[in-house]
Each structure stands twice: as structure tokens, then as C-alpha cells.
Ligand binder design. Structure first.
Ligand SMILES: *Cc1c(COP(=O)(O)O)cnc(C)c1O
Length: 356
């Protein structure tokens, strides 16, 4: 037997664990923050009319139709937009591009659990800053020396929204670092919650958004970053050094169509926000407590039975929510907002489990 010396040269990493995607179709799926409503009607028209002979050709490496539609929607120049295969791809690319210092990058201790994985795979040192007991960020934690900063706003899995003023303070205090705000859930947070207006003022601020939640297209994989032309140019240089053709033709066309339908977008986001607000009342009535959510999920702590037990009981009834068996967050369930009907069935099951 050889001694497999090659194994000592392997880039060993502990991968990110996504939420379960059960194969059965009769489940109520409230575990990965997907949107319960379909994408904009124009997206279906694109796929219905797509000429499959176009598949012979490579896609547009610049994804111009998509980039232009995003630029138009947000009042930016196409040179201020970077698109990727989901924001996971965009963020990973941004880590590779901007976090090359030997100082640690900073992010919260309770946050999207992919950040530490990307830091590890890209060999970036990092430090996790503890959130306050109400799950808010202490901006003072992000004022010292660092190799970069990232956090979601609203945060995941807590749903807590930080103010643009507070974030501007962090960006201003860190002219020597790139600050990334992961706005995966910002469309559920109401008007003027986004840090996007700040990108014209700070060339070190990158704002990242996704089609996966508010635009009902998690399966298509579209994410985008917005920032100064300088930041976007550096990201594209790295992207075109790894793989030019990341996003396929159908996806580019569907993404552009979705961006153009503002009315559908607003009404679908509005329905989810209305269901979320109603769900907060129902959960409170069932004895749950939670930080106020501005996203499409609620991070709720049951008052009467352990979260883990409720998670298991719900799953037995084919209702999937997200649970992490870890310190602090192990007391909570993260419940994505589904349709009113799905939420009613969840509340009926919770009633039975908790009070039955
Ligand atoms: C869902 C999510 C993402 C990833 O979204 P994709 O665009 O589907 O890759 C990134 N950041 C946070 C905080 C998320 O919750």
C-alpha cells in the first residue's frame, strides 16, 4: 500500500451545510427562506419561448442583458454591477478579491454560517464579534484594525435590521478595508433600509443582493453586487481569471425579465410582509419570543417546550423549519414565511405540540 502522501497536500475544509431539500412533495417547507410565490410572469414567458438551439452557443460572459436590467432598476451604471451564480458565488468571489490582507476579517458570531467556511477555504484569517444580548451589533467592535468586514442586514438567522446610519459609521471608520453588506433580505425591510445610496459616497462599500428570496428564483442562482466601478472592476478581473461563463443564457434572460416587473415584485414582497406581521402575533400567542424580524423568516424561541423537541415533532408532521443544535441559537427555531395557508397549518401543528 502506498502511504497516500498526496493527502497531506489536500485543501481540507469543513463544508457549509445547507438546509434540507426533502424529496417528497407533500411537505410544508419553511426551512430555507425560499419564497412561496412563483417568479414574475415574464420569467415563464422567457422559458416557454426559449429556442433550445441557442444552447449550442456559449452564454454572454458579461451577462449584459441582466447587468443592464439591474443597473436600470437601481439607477446605477452597468460598470457598478457584478453578477454571479447566486450571492453565494458573488460573496465567495468578493472574499477572494478583497480579503487578501493578513489581518483578520470581522463578522458577527451569530450570522450566516457560510462566512467562516469561505474564510477557511480562501485561507483568510477571521474574528467573530459577539452580538449584544438583543442580537444587535456593537459598532465599536468594527472600528479596530481589520482585513475587511462582512455582515448581513437584516442579519441571518436573527432577522434583525441595523440602521443605515450605524452602518455608515462603520464604513466611514474603515477607509482601509472593504466593507460588504449582505442584503439578501433587504427587500422585506421596507423603504430606505438599504445601504445602496452610500455606494456613491464610499468606494470601499460593496452591497450584495440576491434573486433567491424576494424574487422567488433560488433555483435559478442569481446574485449581484453593487459598488464603486473600481470594486466591480477588481471582482470581474478575478472572475474572468477563474471561469468566464458562470451564468447560463436562460438564467440571464429570466433575471432581466424579473427585474423589469416592479409591480409584481412589490405585490409579492408585500404579501410576505403582511403574512410575517400576522405570524408574529400568532407566535406571541403561542408563547414564543423573538427579535423583531425585518426579513422573510422569524427566529423564534418557544416558551413552553425545547426548540429541538418542537423541530422534531414538526418534522414528523412533514413541516420543515430550520434548527441548529448549537449553543445560544439552539434555543430557537428559524421559521421561513410561507403562504397564509402554510402558516395556518404550522400554527395548528404548533398548537397541538405545545398545548395538546
Ligand atoms: C440566502 C442567503 C444568501 C445566499 O443566497 P443565494 O443568492 O441563494 O446564493 C447569502 N447570504 C445570506 C445571509 C442568505 O441568507
Amino acid at each position: 500500500m502506498n502511504d497516500m502522501k498526496w493527502e497531506s497536500y489536500v485543501r481540507k475544509v469543513v463544508p457549509y451545510v445547507p438546509g434540507e431539500q426533502p424529496r417528497e412533495s407533500d411537505v410544508i417547507k419553511l426551512n430555507t427562506n425560499e419564497n412561496p410565490y412563483p417568479p414574475a410572469p415574464g420569467v415563464k414567458a422567457v422559458t416557454d419561448d426559449f429556442d433550445v438551439s441557442r444552447m449550442r452557443l456559449y452564454p454572454d460572459p458579461e451577462a449584459s442583458v441582466l447587468v443592464e436590467a439591474i443597473a436600470e432598476r437601481y439607477g446605477l451604471k452597468p460598470s457598478q454591477i457584478f453578477v454571479g451564480v447566486g450571492s453565494d458565488d458573488v460573496i465567495s468571489m468578493a472574499f477572494m478579491t478583497f480579503f487578501g490582507s493578513d489581518k483578520p476579517i470581522l463578522f458577527p458570531d451569530i450570522t450566516y454560517s457560510f462566512y467562516d467556511v469561505w474564510a477557511d477555504v480562501h485561507r483568510i484569517p477571521y474574528r467573530q464579534m459577539p452580538l449584544k444580548s438583543d442580537f444587535t451589533i456593537d459598532p465599536g467592535d468594527y472600528m479596530g484594525e481589520n482585513g475587511g468586514i462582512i455582515f448581513p442586514n437584516p442579519n441571518a438567522p436573527t432577522g434583525v435590521l441595523e440602521s443605515v446610519e450605524m452602518i455608515e459609521g462603520i464604513v466611514k471608520a474603515n477607509p482601509d478595508s472593504v466593507v460588504m453588506i449582505d442584503e439578501a433580505y433587504i427587500d422585506f425591510a421596507g423603504e430606505n433600509a438599504s445601504c445602496l445610496p452610500l455606494i456613491g459616497k464610499y468606494d470601499n462599500l460593496l452591497v450584495i443582493q440576491t434573486y433567491s428570496k424576494s424574487r422567488s428564483m433560488a433555483g435559478m442562482r442569481i446574485g449581484f453586487a453593487m459598488g464603486s466601478e473600481k470594486l466591480i472592476k477588481y471582482m470581474n478581473d478575478v472572475k474572468f481569471s477563474v471561469n468566464s461563463y458562470t451564468m447560463n443564457t436562460v438564467t440571464q434572460l429570466c433575471g432581466a425579465e424579473s427585474m423589469k416587473d416592479e409591480e409584481y415584485f412589490r405585490s409579492s414582497v408585500g404579501r410576505i410582509v403582511a403574512t410575517r406581521e400576522r405570524s408574529k402575533e400568532r407566535l406571541t400567542g403561542l408563547g414564543f419570543t423573538f427579535p423583531d424580524s425585518k426579513s422573510n423568516f422569524i427566529f423564534a424561541k418557544p416558551g413552553k417546550k425545547p426548540a429541538k423537541e418542537i423541530f422534531t415533532e414538526l418534522k414528523r408532521r412533514r413541516i420543515y423549519v430550520r434548527y441548529w443544535d448549537k449553543p445560544v441559537i439552539g434555543d430557537y427555531l428559524r421559521i421561513s414565511i410561507g403562504t397564509d395557508d402554510e402558516m395556518n397549518r404550522l400554527f395548528a401543528a404548533l398548537e397541538e405540540i405545545i398545548n395538546g
